[in-house]
Write a protein that binds this ligand. Sequence first.
Ligand code: ZN
Length: 166
Amino acid sequence: MAIRKLRFMGDPVLREKAEPVADVTAEVRTLIADMFDTMYAEEGVGLAAPQVGIGLRVIVIDPREDDVAPLALINPQIVRFGDEVGRDEEGCLSIPGLKEIVQRPTTVLVEALNPDGEPVSIDADGLLARILQHEVDHIDGILFVDRVSALKRKLLLNKWQKVKPL
Ligand code: ZN
């Protein structure tokens, strides 16, 4: 297990559509273990493989809530969005220093493979639903700054020029 180097906004890997995992190999499981290490080291609640420079559809999540176990999902797909939308503040390990309110559906149904290669289905609401959408966005090359108004995005991108890690 190891902490991997985070990629920051501006790195092209964060804007690419990640490839599906064809086989859940030992290499993929090592990637998942490293992603958990990296997420916990950075005190994040979710991480997608492109954030450590790997263009594969793999995400890890731990909302740090008592009733939600940490999740590692391979090839996750949001198969249903709820009708209700909610607004809450989001940040991103790839965009440190920036936070903004993002509007998203409050419930989602996600289908994926677990690290044993078995199909799983997650009916999520609240913080978990929000993190799932944020991480699935990452594997499609989408960042939370794309989910706010044009004016707010402009302000965020201006701030990023001042606070981004060198
Ligand atoms: Zn993020």
